[in-house]
Design a binder for this molecule. Structure first.
Ligand SMILES: [Zn+2]
Length: 458
């Protein structure tokens, strides 16, 4: 008898342990099931670490990815190339953190049916991106390396975030065997994950600092004789501008004026403004952690302080981060934070997702931004020409960013449309392409006009 009851006790103990384990599993299943389903090791939802579920469309309903069975990209080859850095490739060389971020909703996981769909309906994500703007931007870059970004600074919607070079994921070229350099850095998303020497577009940050901290900034005057001396070192200008005020200095992108202005402001104020405007920060944008820029004047001699205010020295910006600064100026001192996913119509029990606009909070005074707007509008009217921009009231600053001495400078161009009905900020970077406005103004103009047409049609 003793033996039997001992066995019964053992069976009871085992049963109890089993029930306890089952209970623990059920609790964990309900708490973490969605995470397990979208875990990158799950072969039902992933291949090569890339999410394979749901459908993605651009803001107008054009399907850019159908991942309900494998990965089917857009019909159009040009669109496949333009969207590659946002959607990722099949091999997993180009990550798609945006898809990972919305995996729960896109996979359509629920507790009862797992990832199996009772209906034929798949989860559908609608991007803020415009397929036509992406294609226009890639076409305008004309095979050159760089990036074009456009976003609505009132709502935060990113309409364009193109990265070049790129390729067709349905016709993968021999990238490893390429010797022409055409695919250098092809796996990098230059809009979110790269940093660039800004060149003279950084003069906008210096101007903002001057307008807010020098009592008489708008009435400052400078004398440019083509260069000036700082403790035995020379800061060269791109021309001989004679007597210029602040507005003229920005229009002519005068290095003598901005070098002297930087010295007048000093390293603390310049650093404070670079940091306040987010140059040195990383931002979270729908799965992406943007690359941090650089602004570091610790132990810098005065000549380097001067060059930092001109956008050279060790200055670096991330295109998405700088686009946000253009939004802040266009928005009168604060802007919407950029985002990519407008909504997900989800088959999961998590329900649908709808983006909400968040703001940067006030970063600059409204009067500072009004003055900057007037100065940047003057740049377009007097220097770059309105011709590239149709009837859009574009405000802009160009840059010609010196990089390695044996390479052509990067062309940079940034600004916004000063129109409450078309609140678009933009940035264009073309690597090793030469002069900023000559190269970039037509690219910016083509993409902005496409985006304006898309907004007007909505
Ligand atoms: Zn000058």
């Amino acid at each position: 008898m003793k033996k039997v009851s001992r066995r019964a006790m053992a069976v009871l103990a085992l049963t109890f342990a089993l029930l306890l384990g089952l209970g623990a599993f059920v609790v964990r299943y309900f708490l973490r099931g969605a995470d397990w389903a979208v875990f990158p090791g799950n072969p039902h939802t992933y291949s090569s670490g890339i999410l394979n579920s749901g459908i993605l469309t651009d803001r107008s309903g054009t399907v850019v990815l159908d991942a309900t069975e494998g990965r089917k990209y857009a019909e159009d080859a040009a669109l496949r190339k333009a969207m590659l850095h946002l959607l990722g490739d099949r091999e997993g060389y180009i990550a798609a953190p945006m898809l990972q971020e919305y995996a729960d909703q896109l996979v359509g996981y629920n507790f009862l049916t797992g990832t199996y769909h009772l209906t034929d309906k798949a989860s559908t994500g609608t991007l803020t991106i415009s397929a036509s703007a992406q294609q226009k931007a890639l076409e305008a870059l004309g095979g050159r390396a760089g990036t074009v970004g456009v976003y609505n600074y009132k709502t935060g919607e990113i309409l364009c975030a193109v990265s070049s070079p790129t390729y067709d994921p349905d016709q993968v070229p021999d990238i490893a065997g390429d010797t022409t350099g055409a695919y250098n850095g092809v796996y990098v998303n230059r809009f979110f994950n790269a940093t660039f020497v800004p060149g003279s577009i950084f003069k906008l940050v210096t101007t903002a600092a001057a307008l807010e901290t020098l009592p008489d900034a708008a009435s400052l005057s400078f004398q440019c004789n083509g260069s000036f001396d700082v403790e035995g070192d020379t800061v060269n200008c791109n021309g001989v501008h004679g007597a210029v005020d602040l507005k003229g200095a920005l229009a002519h992108s005068c290095n003598v004026a901005y070098g002297q202005l930087a010295l007048q402001l000093g390293p603390e104020v310049l650093t404070a403004y670079a940091e306040k405007l987010g140059v040195t920060d990383s931002f979270f944008v729908d799965g992406y952690h943007t690359a941090k820029g650089n602004f570091d004047l610790s132990d810098a001699p005065n000549v380097d302080v001067a060059w930092s205010g001109i956008g050279q020295y060790t200055d670096m910006i991330n295109p998405c981060g700088f686009l946000r600064i253009m939004g802040v100026i266009g928005g009168g001192g604060e802007a919407a934070e950029p985002y990519l996913m407008a909504s997900v119509d989800s088959t999961s029990l998590l329900g649908d997702y709808h983006a909400k606009t968040e703001t940067t909070g006030r970063l600059l005074d409204a009067t500072t931004c009004q003055t900057l707007t007037d100065m940047m509008r003057n740049n377009v009217q007097q220097i770059y020409g309105q011709g590239n921009f149709g009837d859009l009231p574009v405000c802009a600053k160009s840059g010609t960013a010196e990089v390695d001495s044996d390479q052509m400078p990067h062309a940079t161009f940034a600004g916004f449309v000063a129109d409450p009905n078309c609140p678009l900020a933009f940035i264009v970077v073309v690597e090793n392409a030469g002069s900023g406005s000559a190269v970039c103004a037509s690219i910016a103009g083509a993409v902005l006009q496409e985006c304006a047409a898309v907004l007007a049609a909505e």
